[in-house]
Design a protein around this ligand. Structure first.
Ligand code: CP
Ligand code: NVA
Length: 303
């Protein structure tokens, strides 16, 4: 198994299912009151260059919940903000802690840290990918649907970091994924091309949200302007009109379709309040599962 968790495409389907199986077991054990100590004596540093509520707290709670410790660093308060090279940061951190969990802009930043670190580097979101989130999402789908076999998953909205990781997940795990994105907002071309070499037509991009969600078992959406794109917010609000997951759109999906959103959500933009707070939405189960999947990831990479 890869030492670092930078993107899902570095892993086999078996390895991705192993994280999820372990997270489901850890969730069950925690609910039964079992105490975990696998990470006693281990310390992880979180280096975050972007805001976070769920990912930060769930990684920290996961470490503490298994007997480990964390050091949280807001990147702008480190020497990175004063141009210390990533290489030197990786070399130094490797002498202090047992792992790095990093949220940043460029995927090249996590790749560079991983290149020089002797400790595992875990991607907690970049502009390109959000791999740990998509593992929690797929865990949630499995809990609700029992299997990924024969599922149609729809993505409605921006072809962003979440969409890119979903494309990689679909290629590796073998489910159908139809993405509806406005022209110019597709997932990264090279990621789609790479995925298509193994997906054999199971991944497609369309322009019409109704076509994407027709008969879907899972609908997934995310904000129209991601972190770092705040300056495009107004323009994106106009471009993404018609891409809201609302009750009308949900009506085209399978009757037992579930709706995913990694949160934070912008009610009235990419998702209506009615759908986000309705019975088919599993966003808060996804949020909980981040804790369990992060435990499984830390256990596999750090313990
Ligand atoms: N879903 C997610 O990554 O949330 P945060 O930005 O709050 O960490
Ligand atoms: N696509 C969003 C996900 C937030 C968890 C962003 O990058 O801001």
């Amino acid at each position: 198994m890869a030492k670092h968790l930078l993107r899902l495409s570095d892993f086999s389907g078996e390895e991705l299912f192993a994280y999820i199986d372990r997270a489901i077991a850890l969730k069950r054990e925690a609910a039964a009151g079992m105490r975990h100590t696998q990470l006693a004596g281990k310390t992880v540093a979180l280096i975050f260059e972007k805001a976070s509520t769920r990912t930060r707290v769930s990684f920290e709670a996961a470490m503490y919940g298994m007997g480990g410790q964390v050091i949280f660093l807001s990147a702008k308060e480190t020497q990175l903000a004063r141009s210390e090279p990533l290489k030197d940061t990786a070399l130094v951190m490797s002498r202090y802690v047992d792992g790095l969990v990093v949220r940043t802009f460029g995927q090249d930043v996590v790749a560079e840290l991983a290149r020089y670190a002797s400790i595992p580097v875990i991607n907690a979101l970049t502009d390109l990918f959000h791999p740990c989130q998509v593992l929690s999402d797929i865990m949630t789908v499995l809990e609700k649907k029992g299997t990924l076999a024969n599922l149609k998953v729809a993505w409605v909205g921006d072809g962003n970091n979440m969409a890119n990781s979903w494309v990689q997940a679909a290629a590796i795990l073998g489910f159908e994924l139809v993405l509806a994105c406005p022209e110019g907002y597709d997932p990264e071309k090279t990621i789609l091309q790479e995925a298509e070499t193994v997906a054999e037509g199971r991944i497609s991009v369309v322009r019409d949200p109704v076509a994407a969600v027709r008969g879907a078992d899972v609908i997934n959406t995310d904000v129209w302007a991601s972190m770092g794109q705040e300056g495009e917010q107004e323009e994106r609000l106009k471009i993404f009109q018609g891409f809201q997951v609302d009750t009308e759109l949900l009506g085209y999906a399978a009757p037992d379709c579930i709706v995913l959103h990694c949160l934070p959500a912008h009610r009235g933009e990419e998702i209506s309040t009615e759908v986000l707070e309705g019975p088919q939405c599993v966003a808060f189960d996804q949020a909980e599962n981040k804790l369990h999947i992060h435990k499984a990831i830390l256990e596999k990479h750090i313990a």
